[in-house]
Design a binder for this molecule. Structure first.
Ligand SMILES: NC(=O)c1ccc[n+]([C@@H]2O[C@H](COP(=O)([O-])OP(=O)(O)OC[C@H]3O[C@@H](n4cnc5c(N)ncnc54)[C@H](OP(=O)(O)O)[C@@H]3O)[C@@H](O)[C@H]2O)c1
Length: 324
């Protein structure tokens, strides 16, 4: 297989493949059940295909995603660029504030991720809280302390809120932004991507498949299993309206996918934006991973193909991240 293009991840200087793997689903809870052995095999398959970037979080499967990644890395840590996130564990819903109100607590939280991952350092740590909260300064200070200690190489934030991103990056030391970006949600193109380009902030594009919608496999009467939060798309009337609207756009996209899958088209689109460093589609199965990774080896979308996509979702348009 040809080599997958590598790009520099913002101010971190770290080189990552332009496609990585999102490891939320392998936590085995929020996306329905998964098989641990298959998850481990999937991570190995990603390495074999030349992928070096893996995104997890302390909260995915209550730490299980990190634990599995730790097992997968045993004896070959140097082949992985590992990104994790912190912020939602112990979040106080009533007060709308994270549990990390001191630098010491934040440092201890990241150290527990290091334990689960069985490593002495993370390549990237990200603030997972995606709206402005009172402890933001603790995250910035804590991340900088961890960086000085060599426990993290770089830090970033995961948010779709432009004002929050600018505050987080007030000292211009934020290396990365993780943000929802797909053909169905092009809102980051308007203000956020020009800002990340101007400030050398690497972009991790999550949700490139709109949680599976952009694979074209769902319909108005799709069924989602027990414990899969996507059941809301059917059961919640507001979410169902958005879901049906998305499905209408997917039908219009399907003719563009000739010679490749719709998932590949969706991932190509995301990787092709100059602000995007790495797309991190999630996957549950090796077959999904292989299909998705091949998108990184296809030629760029042509101007005509881009114009056809613009006619379905205009530049800077679409719906915002939903339902999360
Ligand atoms: N706040 C945050 O920072 C945040 C929030 C969300 C996500 N993320 C990160 O971003 C990653 C990716 O985002 P995402 O998982 O939300 O959404 P996504 O990449 O848009 O969709 C992933 C899901 O689509 C399905 N899928 C993937 N490839 C497929 C294929 N080729 N054919 C058919 N189905 C396929 C799989 O689920 P099924 O097989 O069950 O359909 C998979 O779990 C996450 O794993 C996580 O690392 C971060």
């Amino acid at each position: 297989m040809a080599d997958i293009e590598k790009r520099v991840l913002g101010k971190s200087g770290i080189e990552v493949t332009k496609i990585g793997v999102g490891l939320w689903a392998i936590g085995g809870t929020e996306w329905g059940e998964t098989d641990d052995q298959e998850s481990l095999d999937m991570i190995s398959a990603a390495l074999e295909m030349g992928i070096n970037f893996f995104d997890t979080a302390d909260i995915y499967g209550d730490g299980h995603s990190e634990t599995l990644l730790g097992r997968a890395m045993k004896g070959r840590r140097d082949r992985f660029i590992v990104a994790s996130k912190i912020g939602w564990k112990g979040f106080d819903d009533e007060k709308g504030v994270s549990a990390y109100d001191t630098v010491d607590k934040l440092v201890a939280g990241v150290e527990s991720s290091l334990d689960r991952l069985q490593t002495d350092h993370l390549d990237l740590i990200q603030c997972h809280i995606d709206f402005k909260e009172p402890n933001m300064a603790v995250f910035v200070e804590g991340f900088q302390k961890l960086q000085a200690q060599g426990k993290v190489r770089a830090y970033g934030v995961s948010t779709s809120d432009f004002a929050y991103l600018q505050d987080f990056n007030a000292d211009n030391k934020t290396a990365t932004l993780q943000i929802d970006y797909s053909i169905l949600n092009r809102t980051p193109e308007a203000e956020i991507f020009p800002y990340t380009l101007a400030h050398n902030i690497g972009v991790l594009a999550r949700g490139p498949l709109a949680m599976g919608i952009l694979t074209g496999k769902f319909s108005a009467d799709s069924e989602f299993g027990e414990g899969d939060f996507r059941r809301n798309w059917i059961e919640n009337p507001d979410e169902n309206r958005i879901y049906l609207n998305d499905l209408g756009k997917v039908e219009k996209l399907k003719p563009l996918a000739e010679g490749r899958s719709l998932a590949q088209l969706a991932i190509q689109f995301v990787m092709q934006h100059p602000a995007v460093t790495v797309a991190i589609p999630g996957a549950k199965r090796i077959s999904q991973l292989k299909e998705n990774v091949k998108a990184a080896l296809l030629p760029d979308l042509t101007a005509d193909e881009m114009a056809a996509i613009d006619a379905i979702t205009p530049p800077g348009g679409g719906r915002k991240i939903w339902p999360a």
